[in-house]
Design a protein around this ligand. Structure first.
Ligand code: NAD
Length: 301
């Protein structure tokens, strides 16, 4: 075979191990919790509110409670029945806002249909809003002011930085523009001096735009949306999607097998972004406990 017709070998992407990165992050958070307890007599407390009996939400809440305890924090879980009224939830949030033992409050979404989620979110004290979804924290993110940043976007940035510490000048393409993921991750990438392009359901020719990306973040909720020919060789691909197939398998938004032959680095699903979300929630609780006690917020991640 001559060199001319020899097929070029494309190296397989390096897998970004979110489980391992999240474990290291939790270990670092545990050490910060120990310092808060020993040096400042502050035991960080995370309150989680679960309304109703959605099985997926119940698992998420149990995982958060367990993770909080594992790093030495206090976890308070309030499990309320499906028919709880909005006023009852608002009353509970007012109590948690006033409780000095509670440094972080998280209301598990989605809420039953009689509850207006926006009203609930804006009632949480922004200083305790460890999900970073209060409008004040969103504004702080836009204005480059210190605040609490949504956990999944923060986890995406930590993962990218395990590959390349300095992201300055890279072109990042984000697919998805939700309040929860797409918008905040774009804002955090701007903070890292990336050039950011956001694509969404109405963007024509996404494949062409995605192929320009040094960093491609996908947060849509559609299995195998991103194909191999959407990806620039060597790119960092962060797959936020969590989808359950008809066979009951959990997959992301990226066609993993095909894309991993082209990308330089890729997060798997499960085991990529998912584990980072809870670790960053714990990091936010430490940050909130520090700010509420006028202590310097440690760098975690
Ligand atoms: P969302 O439904 O709020 O937003 C989806 C976004 O995708 C929208 O902005 C929409 O414009 C865009 N979109 C829809 N169809 C599109 C298409 N064909 N092409 C391009 N863009 C399209 O969802 P979300 O809350 O941002 O979540 C996105 C995915 O990430 C879901 O699968 C969700 O389960 C997952 N998720 C994972 C974590 C985690 O911890 N790993 C956390 C949050 C969300």
């Amino acid at each position: 075979m001559t060199m001319a017709n020899k097929k070029q070998e494309v190296p397989a992407a390096q897998i970004i191990d979110g489980k391992a990165v999240a474990k290291k992050l939790r270990e670092s958070i545990k050490r910060h919790v120990e310092v808060l307890i020993e040096d400042h007599k502050i035991l960080p407390g995370l309150a989680v509110v679960l309304v109703g009996d959605d099985p997926a939400s119940a698992i998420y809440v149990n995982n958060k409670e367990k993770a909080a305890k594992e790093v030495g924090m206090r976890g308070f879980v309030h499990r309320l029945p499906q028919n709880t009224s909005q006023d009852e939830i608002l009353k509970l949030i007012a109590q948690l806002n006033a409780d000095k033992k509670v440094h972080g409050i998280l209301v598990q979404m989605p809420l039953p249909k009689q509850i207006d989620s926006a009203t609930i979110l804006k009632t949480i004290d922004p200083a305790k809003d460890v999900d970073g979804l209060h409008i004040e924290n969103m504004g702080r993110l836009m204005a480059d002011l210190p605040g609490l940043v949504p956990c999944t976007p923060m986890g995406c940035i930590v993962l990218m930085k395990t590959i390349q510490q300095n992201l300055t000048g890279l072109h990042a393409v984000v697919i998805g523009r939700s309040h929860l993921v797409g918008k905040p991750v774009g804002q955090l990438l701007l903070r890292e001096n990336c050039t950011v392009t956001t694509c969404h359901s109405r963007t024509p020719n996404i494949a062409h735009i995605a192929r320009e990306a040094d960093i491609l973040v996908v947060a849509v909720g559609k299995p195998k949306l991103v194909k191999a020919d959407w990806v620039k060789p060597g790119a960092i691909v962060i797959d936020v999607g969590i989808n359950r197939t008809d066979e009951g398998k959990i997959v992301g938004d990226v066609d993993f097998d095909a894309v991993s032959k082209v990308a330089g680095y890729i997060t798997p699903v499960p085991g990529g972004v998912g584990p980072m979300t809870i670790a960053c929630l714990l990091g936010n609780t430490v940050a909130a406990a520090c700010r509420q006690n006028e202590l310097t917020v440690p760098h975690i991640g």
